[in-house]
Design a protein around this ligand. Structure first.
Ligand SMILES: NC(=O)c1ccc[n+]([C@@H]2O[C@H](COP(=O)([O-])OP(=O)(O)OC[C@H]3O[C@@H](n4cnc5c(N)ncnc54)[C@H](OP(=O)(O)O)[C@@H]3O)[C@@H](O)[C@H]2O)c1
Length: 217
């Protein structure tokens, strides 16, 4: 990461990866956006989002992407949803969730997990969220049907058989329960983890997220 970001300190002294704002002006060859468009996205390792202005290329790279923001959210809200939303949209696709399936989100209260719970619920799944007890109400309010605390001793006894298990926490944080979650898959069950490869940030995820968020109107 130091090679990418800067060895002794960040190359760009203005940090910040996620942004939401109005397009101030566009170059003459820009087709996708126009002045006044309200957009949200990620800057990638070029950083610079914690500023009033950010110059970006229209063409996305593996590191940055931009799209029109959801109309029913403020800039503050869309900036907050961007990072977790992109990751959750990407990984939840691999579950190919069908109506009525059982889905378990491990790390349901995190930046990625909170969007994953809502996406699974929107696809008609019966959702179980794993998080701390003090986040139970939050996760239930997002649509989880059941919640399990990864810290409690009897948690593994509460597991059922799932069609899709998504680890939204990653390898850095684990628990005995996580090992059991992986084993709680049905015959054709699928498993995905946020650590499955370095993600390419694509504006199509932002477009999908916008459509999903606007369903709430
Ligand atoms: N593939 C990629 O390109 C990519 C890019 C960026 C990040 N990532 C991965 O995403 C991870 C960060 O996700 P995030 O930003 O959503 O995290 P986050 O917002 O910090 O959420 C952390 C979640 O983990 C839970 N948790 C905390 N300690 C835990 C433990 N010991 N055992 C089990 N769960 C625990 C938290 O639950 P409570 O708070 O309720 O306890 C919360 O639900 C990174 O660690 C990295 O692995 C992947």
């Amino acid at each position: 990461m130091r090679l990418v970001v800067g060895f002794t300190k960040p190359r760009n002294s203005i940090i910040g990866l996620v942004l939401s704002g109005d397009i101030e002006s566009v170059g003459k060859d820009v087709k996708k956006f126009k002045q006044g468009d309200q957009v949200y996205g990620m800057t990638g390792f070029g950083f610079g989002a914690y500023a009033e202005y950010k110059s970006m290329s229209e063409k996305e790279s593996t590191g940055w992407c931009l799209a029109i923001k959801p109309s029913n959210m403020s800039h503050e809200e869309t900036a907050a949803i961007t990072y977790g939303g992109i990751l959750a949209t990407h990984f939840m696709k691999s579950g190919n969730i069908q109506d009525g399936q059982r889905v378990l989100i491990y790390g349901a209260s995190g930046a990625i997990g909170t969007t994953a719970v809502q996406l699974a619920k929107c696809q008609g799944a019966e959702v179980t969220g794993v998080c701390s007890t003090n986040n139970f109400e939050l996760v239930k309010s997002l649509g989880a049907d059941k919640v399990i605390d990864y810290k409690t001793e009897d948690s593994k006894n509460r597991l059922e058989t799932y069609d899709f298990v998504f680890d939204a926490v990653g390898e850095n944080k684990s628990s005995e329960l996580k090992v059991q979650c992986r084993k709680a898959l049905g015959q054709y069950g699928k498993y995905a983890s946020v650590d499955d490869g370095l993600l390419k940030y694509r504006s199509e995820y932002l477009v999908q997220l916008k459509e999903f968020i606007e369903l709430e109107k």
